[in-house]
Design a protein around this ligand. Sequence first.
Ligand SMILES: C[S@@+](CC[C@H](N)C(=O)[O-])C[C@H]1O[C@@H](n2cnc3c(N)ncnc32)[C@H](O)[C@@H]1O
Length: 202
Amino acid sequence: MSELEEERSAFDWEARFAEGTTPWERGQMHPAFLDWARKGAFTDLESVMIPGCGRAPEVAGFAEMGIHTIGADLSETAINWQRKHLDECDLSAELITGDILDWTPAAPIDAVYEQTFLCAIHPRLRETYEAALIRWLKPGGKLFALLMQKDERGGPPYGCPIGVMHTLFPESRWIWPDGELTPWPHPALGGKAELGAILERR
Ligand SMILES: C[S@@+](CC[C@H](N)C(=O)[O-])C[C@H]1O[C@@H](n2cnc3c(N)ncnc32)[C@H](O)[C@@H]1O
């Protein structure tokens, strides 16, 4: 196994779901998701991918809007939870179990909804992830990002300082929104803020 492959599986996410130690979960829809939905940010989407979806209820939230929703996660337990939850809600979505960084869609998609995934992967995998986002999204496609702010070193969650994010998502490939980004404090992770940003793939 290469060093990068080891990093992809270094943290045992499956064990965290199996033992129920999942402090990143809000237990309800993310307020940023609800705010974007209220403002019509998802209105024109036909397809959306949620990488590292875990047990996030936003998979069902997008499916309920009639958007073709793809949820992916390394954890079989999390994907089984999504399958059961969708069945209970009488909704459907495409679910993938496995390492999403290697995935390529059959056709480029309209949007990616990013919620505690970038901060979950090792920072050395970030450029691989950014390249995957470029591969997944249509030109003009949207990345709905929630960027975890924290000062302590290490992770997960690994901090996503805005200066570092501008280097990772450069203006040559991404259009950043004007103005201040909205902070959404996380109720469980010591109140750390996630900054909400809608980036457009050029
Ligand atoms: C912090 S959790 C966030 C889960 C979910 N987005 C939420 O907000 O509840 C990170 C998730 O990413 C998944 N994950 C980590 N690396 C992955 C990879 N390379 N491919 C797919 N899923 C991955 C983990 O299994 C875990 O469910």
